[in-house]
Design a protein around this ligand. Structure first.
Ligand code: CA
Length: 609
């Protein structure tokens, strides 16, 4: 039953109209006993409110500038699971809004977040697979067509498409999926990417229903796949009712008037930054159609925090990826992370920290010494600087003091800046960057691909793979975002090729896919790589050598970053070579590790001890 229909049933002829209730239900027994219930309807603010419940206490009723909103703050500390009514009375008019406090189906401690033992597979749902062509166009929604020839239009992919291919993802060996935003984006255009939310509590109906999402999470869990949901607290879509009919002007920054952000968020932690720079970066709007929430308004803050808790509790997701994290108010984001982790101590949140140095990225990680005494409480940050380096390192000739793999070594010598280097999301590419293969020509270079994938899956951090990388999909950001977000071949009925299947992939694609699968499946239960220490050596003979070790197991990676054969003196590496022979996991060869080791050009060895 939809909200509208049940409200319709319960209101009488001389009725007050309540159009939306957010959240639509809640749970008894949450750690935080306070709940904000937002009622939205035609001039309802002057109504008197009572509750039919005996153990739920109204703490505060907030009326804002706009008469169409009522904010109810209730105390649930003594409340049992129950159904009750919110009764509105306005002169002779009245309304009864049924509300439910559900019984929790799991404890907060039972939700397991993603960790460095996981590998995330990032999916743009509109572009992955169309499992249900019937929902491609939903009557009444503003963008009412699909056009696969237009990179900016919707293509029809959906949650059913993801659910239908969970086997593919789990066969590949990823252990979690991260979906680009799936909440409603009822925008005139560009709604496919999902970053302009128009209803925080509703899955976009062109992707599916709330229930379908919950079922997808259940199905993923049955396949040992965790689910990470994308959220956006910095801004919403301009078609969101909260913006179109704003509760008060201070729900959005710059008093709800459009001012463009500078995108220069380094100013947030720049000790030399002017007040102007700080303000324009965080309070400016992402785009004119993405107005910037003022999270310093406590009602806005509560609304956003609750929406995230609601999805965790409702669907049982394992993690959140928070968009444009540094663009939002620091103290609010910190409080949000704290509240989520108080409620779900094993949960994980990764913030999109798109900053160009490790110093700046590290500032955003929980327990950063640089941010102290402030604390972001954000467990995981995105290692964008490493992405840039990985997109150069495997193309260059490595020398012992510069270029190529030296960049990776040099960068990781600076990991002391991070409070927790294992909680860095690491990736070759994502939906906003050029694909790792920027051109078709680059995609043909499998040596490059294999070295990069081996490094990604064996160094410290939480690896993330962007859908299609494993089948060598290419795309250059210079050609527009659409070409980074092409349809996965085989995701649509009638596609000429089906890359979900071996027969549909070219020989080159199968070689990349099989290599990736082999490493991913191996990594799944490999504690040395999943949670071990990292010990590395400076570059010698253009070769990078490092060890991952956990308890009595270790993995040693030896990577030649040159187009020459290299002869390695093994004496410097004795402390990580406990035996005089080892098997290379990649080739299956047994190698003698006595005095010297010969490496072919660009050869990579993964030795297991
Ligand atoms: Ca569809």
């Amino acid at each position: 039953m939809t909200l509208f229909s049940f409200l319709g049933l319960s209101t009488k002829a001389r009725a007050i109209t309540v159009n939306k209730v957010a959240p639509q239900f809640w749970w008894a027994g949450m750690k935080n006993p306070e709940l904000q219930i937002m009622l939205y309807g035609d001039k309802i603010a002057s109504a008197d409110i009572t509750l039919s419940s005996k153990d739920i206490v109204i703490k505060e009723i907030v009326r804002q500038d706009n008469p169409n909103y009522l904010l109810l703050y209730v105390d649930l500390s003594e409340a049992a699971p129950q159904q009750f009514d919110i009764l509105l009375k306005q002169g002779k008019k009245s309304a009864t809004v049924p509300y439910e406090l559900k019984d929790r189906t799991r404890k907060g401690e039972d939700i397991q977040g993603f960790t460095s033992s996981d590998v995330l597979y990032l999916i743009m749902p509109d572009r992955f697979a169309n499992g249900n062509p019937d929902n491609d166009v939903v009557e009444g929604m503003k963008e009412d067509k699909v056009d696969r020839s237009d990179p900016f239009a919707r293509h029809g992919g959906d949650l059913k498409g993801v659910a239908d291919h969970l086997d593919y993802i789990s066969d590949l060996g990823a252990t979690a999926i991260w979906l680009n935003p799936i909440q409603e984006n009822d925008m005139e255009s560009g709604s496919y990417h999902g970053y302009a939310i128009t209803d925080y509590y509703q899955i976009d109906r062109r992707f599916g229903s709330n229930e379908e999402f919950k079922n997808l999470v259940d199905k993923a869990h049955q396949s040992d796949l965790k689910v990470v949901m994308d959220m956006i607290f910095n801004h919403c879509g301009s078609e969101n009712y909260l913006f179109k009919d704003k509760p008060s002007k201070d729900w959005f920054n710059f008093k709800s008037d459009y001012v463009q952000t500078s995108f220069k968020t380094a100013s947030v932690m720049d000790i030399h930054a002017s007040h102007y720079e700080k303000k324009i970066a965080t309070d400016g709007w992402f785009t004119q159609v993405m107005p910037d929430f003022n999270q310093r308004n406590r009602h806005v803050a509560r609304y956003l925090i609750q929406s995230s808790i609601w999805w965790i509790e409702y669907a049982g997701i394992n993690g959140i990826r928070q968009d444009t994290h540094p663009y939002a108010d620091y103290d609010f984001m910190s409080e949000w992370c704290k509240e989520v982790l108080d409620e779900y101590p094993h949960f994980n949140i990764v913030g999109e920290t798109w900053l160009n140095s490790n110093v700046l990225v590290s500032y955003w990680q929980k327990d950063s010494k640089l941010a102290a005494p402030k604390n972001s409480n954000l467990p995981t940050v995105m290692d964008f600087p490493l992405t840039d380096l990985m997109n150069r390192a495997f193309d260059e000739e490595t020398t012992d003091w510069a270029d190529g793999l030296y960049r990776l070594y040099d960068y990781q010598t600076q990991d002391l800046v991070y409070a927790n280097p294992m909680n860095l999301l690491i990736f070759l590419d994502n939906h906003d960057t050029s694909r790792f293969s920027r051109t078709e020509e680059m995609a043909k270079n499998l040596t490059r691909y294999k070295q990069a994938m081996t490094f990604l899956l064996t160094t410290r951090g939480i690896p993330q793979i962007y859908y299609g990388t494993e089948i060598l999909m290419d795309g250059d950001k210079a050609d527009g975002d659409g070409c980074l977000r092409k349809d996965f071949p085989g995701g649509w009925q009638g596609d000429k090729t089906d890359c979900f299947k071996k027969e549909g992939r070219s020989q080159l694609q199968n070689e990349a896919y099989n290599f990736t699968k082999k490493l991913l499946q191996w990594r799944k239960n490999n504690e040395a790589v999943g949670k071990g220490t990292l010990k590395h050596f400076s570059i010698a003979h253009g070769t990078y050598v490092y060890q991952r070790a956990y308890k009595n197991k270790s993995v040693v990676v030896i990577m030649n970053g040159t187009n020459e054969e290299q002869e390695l003196d093994l004496a410097p590496y004795r402390e990580i070579l406990p035996k005089d022979s080892a098997t290379d996991f990649l080739s299956g060869r047994i190698l003698r590790l006595e005095k010297r080791l010969t490496l072919g050009k660009r050869e990579t060895l993964v030795l297991e001890f």
